[in-house]
Design a protein around this ligand. Structure first.
Ligand code: DX5
Ligand code: ZN
Length: 233
């Protein structure tokens, strides 16, 4: 997968029909998703519980693009192998999930997946300064993790801008996650984000049987982000 800073839309299946993941994944990819964002939650690091490696393994055959697995779990290390085995392309760990993020990111790469590091809204950009050379992705949470459909936290825009500067010309994706809509996408794209996670804003109004709204929603977010960055260029 060659590196590009072109805007990528990564729908989060947290907002999908939990009784129909295979068809929902195929529907969002058919409707233009660049990546599939898989929110793993353990009910400990975040106050919600979703799915684990067996589910990710079941999703794998339906994902033709990139399976972008966001681990909202603590500890992370005992599960890295299992998520890599399950077929995750990108495995993102939270810098807040334990004391040894440097070793965790090395372990993700050693397990054959592409490492990402995520920051919660209260965590400063500097927290990842010393692991930038270990990752392919930095994920900035623009909501407090655990649920879809929450309000975008605008104070994170400055952090996105700071991280874009810190990344420099390294081939690292800057991903934003939480409250991304056609209204907020321009703000984060202008600040330097190139991968936009969106759950409720993509899945609203559609179903796997009626996926056209998914495509309209994806295009609305992408166009808003691309227009904003074209103007800023
Ligand atoms: C929140 C998850 C997000 C969430 C995004 O903990 O990490 O990926 O699903 O959902 P929206 O786009 O609805 O805020
Ligand atoms: Zn997520």
């Amino acid at each position: 997968m060659s590196f590009s800073r072109q805007i990528k839309i990564a729908p989060s299946i947290l907002s999908a029909d939990f009784a129909d993941f295979g068809r929902e994944i195929r529907a969002i990819e058919d409707q233009g998703a660049d990546w599939v964002h898989v929110d793993v939650m353990d009910g400990h690091f975040v106050p919600n519980l979703t799915f684990g490696p067996p589910a990710v393994k079941a999703f794998r055959p339906h994902v033709k693009t990139v399976m972008d697995v966001h681990l909202m779990i603590a500890p992370v290390d005992p599960y890295i192998e299992a998520f890599a085995e399950a077929g995750a392309d990108i495995i993102t760990a939270h810098v807040e999930a334990g004391p040894h993020i440097h070793r965790t990111l090395q372990a993700i790469r050693a397990a054959g997946a592409r490492p990402g590091v995520a920051l919660n809204p209260g965590t400063p950009a500097e927290a990842v300064e010393h692991v930038l050379d270990l990752v392919d992705l930095v994920l900035v949470m623009t909501v407090n993790p655990g649920f879809g459909g929450q309000k975008f936290i605008a104070s994170q825009i400055e952090k996105i801008r700071r991280l874009r500067t810190m990344i420099g010309d390294r081939e690292i994706h800057l991903e934003v996650d939480g409250g991304v809509t056609p209204e907020t996408a321009p703000l984060v794209a202008r600040a330097g984000a190139d991968a936009l996670v969106a759950g409720s804003a993509v899945f609203k109004g559609g179903t796997a049987d009626n996926p056209a709204p998914y495509g309209e929603n994806i295009r609305a977010i992408r166009n808003a982000a691309e227009t904003a960055t074209a103007r800023a260029a």
